[in-house]
Design a protein around this ligand. Structure first.
Ligand SMILES: [Zn+2]
Ligand SMILES: [Zn+2]
Length: 308
C-alpha cells in the first residue's frame, strides 16, 4: 500500500479545478443567461462537494489498521464513490429540470461567443484534471480517484453538449436546441452515475475478486496441487485497493508444525506476488482427517443444526 498516503494531493487538484470551473461557468451564465451554462455551473458545484468527500475518504483510507479497524480503512473509498454516483444522478435530474423549464419558456441567448469561450476553457481544465486522476486511479487502484475522474469527464461531455447547443442556436435561431441537447446529456450521465453506484455497492457487499484475478490465484496454487497439497474454502473479497484471500491448506498429518508453516509462508508469498496488495489468511489441516473437509462452508452444518 506504498504511496497511498499521498493520494490526497489528487483530491486537492480536483478541488482546485472545481473552484476554477465554477467561477468560469457562473460568470458565463450571468453574461449569457444560457440555461445550459447554469446547469453546467451547478454541476461544477457538485464537483466541489464530491472532491471534498474524496479528500476525506482518501485521508481515512490511508490510515493504517488500528484496534477498531483491524482489517484496515480502505473501504472508506466506496462511500466516496457511492456518493459520487448519487451526486451525478442528482446533477442529471437538475439539468433535465432546467432544460424542461427552458423548453416551456424559450428565451434568446445573449452573447453566445463569450459563453462558448468560457465553457471551452472550463472543459479543458476538467479534461486535463480528469486524465491525471484516471491515470492515478488505475495506478494506485483507487476507486475514489477513478470515480472523480469519471465525474469530471461527465462534465466534459455535458459542456460539449452545451457548446454544440449554444452554437447551433446562434446559427439557426432555434432556441429549443439548447435545452434539447441538455436533456440528451442528462440522459447520458445517468448511465455513469448508475455504474458508479453499482461498483460501490459491489465493494460494500464484499463481492469476490474479478474472474481474471481468481484465475491468477488458481494458477498460483496449481504447482502446489501438483505436489499433492489440497486447497479448499477459498474466499476472496476486495476492500478498496486491498484484496483479501483466505483458504485452507491440507497436508499429510505427519508433517511437523514447522514444515507445514514453511509451506504456508511459501504459498502466501506466491499469492502476494501474483496479486499485489493482497492480505492472505490460511488454515492448515491434516489431509487424512474427515473433519478437515467439513469446514468448507461459512457455517458448519452440524453446529448450525444443533442450535435449532
Ligand atoms: Zn505464520
Ligand atoms: Zn477445511
Amino acid at each position: 500500500m506504498n504511496g497511498r498516503a499521498t493520494l490526497t494531493r489528487f483530491a486537492w487538484l480536483s478541488i482546485a479545478a472545481a473552484i476554477v470551473t465554477i467561477s468560469l461557468k457562473a460568470g458565463a451564465y450571468l453574461v449569457t443567461g444560457s440555461v445550459g451554462l447554469l446547469s453546467d455551473a451547478l454541476e461544477s458545484l457538485v464537483n466541489l462537494v464530491a472532491a471534498i468527500i474524496a479528500l476525506i475518504a482518501l485521508t481515512i483510507a490511508a490510515q493504517p489498521p488500528d484496534e477498531d479497524h483491524s482489517y484496515g480503512h480502505e473501504k472508506a473509498e466506496y462511500f466516496s464513490s457511492g456518493v459520487e454516483g448519487a451526486l451525478i444522478l442528482i446533477a442529471a435530474l437538475s439539468i433535465a429540470f432546467a432544460a424542461v423549464g427552458r423548453i416551456l419558456h424559450p428565451q434568446p441567448i445573449e452573447q453566445p461567443e463569450l459563453g462558448l469561450t468560457i465553457a471551452v476553457i472550463a472543459s479543458l481544465v476538467n479534461l486535463v484534471v480528469a486524465q491525471i486522476l484516471i491515470r492515478a486511479g488505475r495506478r494506485y487502484e483507487s476507486i475514489t480517484l477513478e470515480a472523480d475522474a469519471h465525474h469530471l469527464m461527465t462534465d466534459v461531455y455535458t459542456s460539449a453538449g452545451v457548446i454544440v447547443g449554444v452554437a447551433l442556436v446562434s446559427l439557426t435561431g432555434w432556441y429549443l436546441l439548447d435545452p434539447l441537447i441538455a436533456l440528451a446529456v442528462a440522459g447520458h450521465i445517468v448511465w455513469t452515475g448508475v455504474q458508479l453506484l453499482r461498483r460501490s455497492v459491489a465493494g460494500l457487499m464484499d463481492t469476490s475478486l474479478p474472474a481474471a484475478e481468481r484465475e491468477v490465484l488458481d494458477a498460483t496454487l496449481a504447482p502446489f496441487r501438483d505436489e499433492g497439497i489440497i486447497f479448499h474454502a477459498l474466499r476472496t473479497r476486495q476492500s478498496g485497493a486491498r484484496r483479501f484471500v483466505s483458504f485452507h491448506v491440507l497436508v499429510p498429518g505427519t508433517w511437523s508444525v514447522r514444515r507445514g508453516h514453511t509451506l504456508l509462508e511459501q504459498v502466501e508469498r506466491d499469492v502476494r506476488k501474483a496479486l499485489p496488495n493482497t492480505t492472505v489468511f490460511t488454515h492448515l489441516e491434516p489431509i487424512e482427517d474427515p473433519a478437515s473437509f467439513q469446514d468448507t462452508a461459512l457455517d458448519r452444518v452440524e453446529e448450525t443444526k444443533d442450535q435449532h
